[in-house]
Design a protein around this ligand. Structure first.
Ligand SMILES: Nc1ncnc2c1ncn2[C@@H]1O[C@H](COP(=O)(O)OP(=O)(O)OP(=O)(O)O)[C@@H](O)[C@H]1O
Ligand SMILES: [Mg+2]
Length: 367
């Protein structure tokens, strides 16, 4: 896919800009705090409906302004797509999403129109951080590819918070115990759908990431991914879930929280059969994230039958020559948006379009 137009209105430090990016590499260059990451954030927002650096939408509206707006127009094999996100101040006002001229009722409708892979320095947390970071990585990836997955994930999270609310109240209202059956059914139902899809995806991603990692490290290191779940038997997931929720019910009531389910699962990321989070050097952890992101790109390209766009925020300067070259080879044919403070950060990577970013203004120079 290709982004043809990006329009920002009162978004972060941009009063109003419109660009028509090139189909290859688009480089955003400028000093610190000029608005480079804001461009990446705007594109990511239109892809998945949320910022990668804040959960507070209001922060993205230009200071002193009541509204902020981002529009992205793209073309894919199936035609052209347009996504507009309107952000409004005030707690009650949720963001407004438009797909073409039509107002979207649910955030799930957004997925698939602007498909992208974001790679930023915070992604190191996928390897170094807790299980929630790794689940988020996988959930975002699968939600972009399947609205059914997103539906089950949301349904699961809703059932989980309702069940936990019941668990907290049950000691003063014992009559609530019978309502747990309903939430258990819903958890097992959607939890099984989520787990099945995650297991299948990790198996495939593991093969892709191993390939990328071998290329990156010159065949030296073997990267493997494994989905870690408390599920003992992968067959008949739904019934297993239900049985385990039922048998853990008294423990859950005592602890006032649901101790079992896909909200506790994790992904093991190993290099040469040792956990990268614990034993990996800083460089190995960085390389593992890069391999994971490249695997994500390949996975999305396979699933969609075309390449997603690639958003690289501040990552070039952190890669050594070999890794930069490996990345450069991979992103041939992929529309890429990359930020840097110095053009030398790019090494020999193809330049394409160059945008000078200066206090919320953009000046373009074709290379
Ligand atoms: N809601 C907002 N309204 C106006 N300006 C904002 C808003 N949010 C952030 N800014 C400004 O945007 C600028 C930061 O933009 P951005 O994060 O894109 O910088 P950057 O060019 O990526 O810098 P760095 O190289 O340090 O990463 C800062 O000057 C900040 O004050
Ligand atoms: Mg930045």
């Amino acid at each position: 896919m290709k982004v043809n137009t990006l329009i920002l209105k009162d978004f972060r430090n941009y009063e109003g800009v419109e660009i028509q990016p090139g189909s290859g590499m688009n480089v955003f260059i400028g000093s610190n705090a000029q608005g480079k990451t804001n461009i990446i954030e705007a594109l990511h927002l239109c892809g998945v409906g949320r910022s990668h650096r804040t959960s507070k939408d209001e922060e993205m509206i230009r200071w002193e302004q009541p509204f902020g707006r981002v529009t992205v127009r793209s073309s894919q094999q199936d035609g052209t797509h347009e996504v507009t996100i309107i952000l409004a101040r005030g707690q009650k006002k949720k963001k407004n999403i438009k797909i073409g001229e039509r107002k979207a009722e649910r955030i799930g409708e957004l997925f698939g129109h602007i498909c992208g892979v974001l790679f930023s320095p915070e992604d190191l947390l996928i390897v170094k951080g807790g299980p929630a970071e790794r689940r988020r990585f996988l959930d975002m990836l699968l939600s972009q590819l399947s609205s059914v997955y997103f539906y089950h994930l949301q349904r699961y999270n809703k059932a989980l918070s309702e069940r936990n609310a019941v668990l907290r109240e049950i000691s003063i209202k014992p009559g609530l115990r019978s309502t747990l059956d309903m939430w258990d059914e819903m958890l097992a139902d959607s939890g099984a759908a989520v787990a099945e899809r995650r297991i299948e995806a990790i198996e495939h991603l593991s093969a892709l990431a191993a390939l990328e990692h071998r290329h990156l490290t010159g065949e030296k290191e073997e990267l493997t991914l494994r989905y870690m779940t408390s599920l003992r038997d992968p067959s008949d997931l739904r019934q297993k879930f239900l049985d385990q929720l039922f048998s853990a019910r008294d423990d859950d009531i005592r602890r006032q929280t649901t101790g079992y389910g896909v909200h506790r699962d994790d992904i093991s990321i190993r290099i040469n059969n040792r956990e990268t989070r614990i034993f990996g050097s800083q460089g190995q952890q960085r390389s593992a994230v890069l391999s994971l992101k490249m695997a994500q790109l390949a996975y999305m390209a396979e699933s969609k039958g075309e390449n997603p766009i690639l958003l690289l925020d501040d990552v070039m300067s952190e890669l050594d020559m070999n890794r930069r070259r490996a990345l450069g080879e991979r992103i041939n044919q992929i529309q890429t948006f990359v930020t840097c403070t110095d053009i030398s950060d790019l090494g020999e990577t193809e330049r394409g379009m160059l945008y000078q970013v200066d206090k919320g203004t953009l000046n373009s120079f074709p290379q």
